[in-house]
Design a protein around this ligand. Structure first.
Ligand code: UD1
Length: 420
């Protein structure tokens, strides 16, 4: 499983260059199925992108990385089923559903199932596909979809990111016009639309409340440079704040992480922004006493809740966070408490955090990707040595994490686990 060993208490300073956005890469890789071939620059080399590549290979597509360039040539496609093993490795395998249906009018996947963040159903995806004329049968864990999607008027009951991506993918080559209301507005949605439009799709309104997709006859080849990762940026901002550090974070339009920047300013950090750069200078002690609520974009991202929780453990006064997107995104809380954090968790999603003067390094276990990033944040700020087990979760979302942090003065090492 691997583990990170961190000697905390170092004040970080220097420059961090962001990697490509994991959550934008995954739907683009699925979208490659609809094209005559794609070249994706700045694609992060992470376990989730590797699983996506394996899925495309399972379909018969030739797909390979050259450093951070991913090349997909969907010529030998001969399969429309994704194996249970690959579906279980990555929840976003569900995003291949829309692409497979657009390409073949048939798809079989396995329900990604529940995970540590809560039940995570895919009913919104499936209901929208039904509106597009797709016949869907669920046999236990297996989801069997038949029929080429056609244009439809769809209103999502919740602005699900994955469902919005799936419908865009299903509608791109569908006959007719699809109007998708109450869709997700995350920047990763606009990125997918821009990628597909670059290959000849007709998608407008991505990033707004209503997206209109006029089905194209076919898509061409396409070459695209992936946006940088706004959650990676937010994580390094929290790390700088928790360690009284000073960092230049490069590669992202700051507006994409505006709610996080606002929180950090309220905590007393000086933040300056340039076109694609964020500078943070954190005070020796953060101010807390703030109230945060996670929400779909442009609200405060749920993917930043755990890292902000870790940072607020060291901020003066009592702060409150309410998690509204996932019902059980709280498994980092008991791990933070092992390090001396004072947090009370009510109903699984309301946290009261009383800032302490110091956290103490110890052995903890990453419960999931962002929960793991919270433990990295806390361990870098803590006195003494921490061992963070289950590092594989963290490595799903942070490319070259220890190398990037060491370059700004952190003492962090990754090693294959000796204890598991
Ligand atoms: C994506 C991101 C994830 C982020 C999340 C919310 C990727 C690979 N993952 O996940 O990092 O935390 O957006 O910003 O891009 N829901 C249903 N039924 C559905 C679909 C969703 O009830 O059919 C619920 C979920 O259980 C959850 C909420 O809607 O409570 C948000 O889920 P969604 O926006 O779909 O998140 P993902 O696309 O899975």
């Amino acid at each position: 499983m691997g583990e990170y060993i961190i000697n905390g208490g170092r004040q970080l300073s220097g420059e961090i260059v962001l990697s490509g956005a994991k959550n934008a890469a995954l739907p683009l890789i699925a979208a490659s199925l609809l094209t005559r071939g794609t070249v994706i620059h700045n694609c992060p080399r992470l376990s989730d992108t590797f699983v996506s590549v394996d899925i495309l290979r399972e379909m018969g597509c030739s797909c390979y990385f050259t450093q951070n360039v991913l090349i997909c040539e969907p010529y030998g496609l001969n399969n429309y089923k994704i194996s249970e093993e690959l579906c279980s490795k990555m929840r976003s395998s569900v995003t291949f559903l829309g692409a497979l249906l657009g390409r073949y009018g048939y798809a079989e996947i396995y329900h990604p199932g529940g995970c540590v963040l809560g039940s995570r159903p895919i009913d919104i995806h499936l209901d929208a596909l039904k509106d597009m004329g797709v016949d869907i049968r669920e046999e236990g864990n297996r989801v069997i979809c038949r029929g080429k999607p056609h244009g439809a008027n769809i209103t999502l009951r919740y602005p699900s990111v994955g469902a919005t991506e799936n419908i865009i993918l299903a509608a791109t080559l569908a006959k007719g016009v699809t109007r998708l209301k109450n869709c997700a507005r995350e920047p990763e949605i606009a990125e997918l639309a821009s990628f597909l439009n670059g290959a000849g799709a007709h998608i407008s309104g991505a990033g707004e409340h209503e997206i209109v997709i006029t089905g194209a006859d076919s898509l061409d080849r396409c070459e695209h440079t992936l946006m940088c990762d706004r959650i990676e940026a937010g994580t390094y901002l929290c790390i700088a704040a928790a360690t009284a550090g000073e960092l230049f974070i490069k590669g992202l339009y700051p507006c994409m992480t505006e709610p996080v920047i606002q929180v950090l300013r309220n905590c007393g950090c000086i933040i300056k922004t340039g076109r694609d750069m964020i500078y943070i200078d954190a005070p020796p002690r953060l101010y807390g006493e703030i109230e945060l609520i996670t929400a779909p974009y442009p609200g405060l991202p749920t993917d930043m809740q755990a890292q902000l929780s870790a940072m607020l453990c060291l901020a003066k006064g009592e702060s409150h966070i309410r998690e509204t997107v996932f019902e059980a995104r709280n498994r980092h809380i008991p791990e933070l408490k092992k390090m001396g954090a004072e947090i009370e968790c009510r109903n699984g999603c309301d946290f009261s955090i009383r800032g302490v003067n110091r956290l103490i390094g110890c052995e903890v276990s990453a419960p999931d990707l962002r929960g793991g990033a919270a433990l990295i944040t806390a361990a870098l700020a803590a006195e003494g040595t921490s061992k963070i087990k289950n590092a594989c979760y963290i490595r799903r979302g942070y490319e070259n994490l220890s190398e990037k942090l060491r370059a700004v003065g952190a003492e962090i090492d990754y090693r294959e686990s000796t204890t598991e």
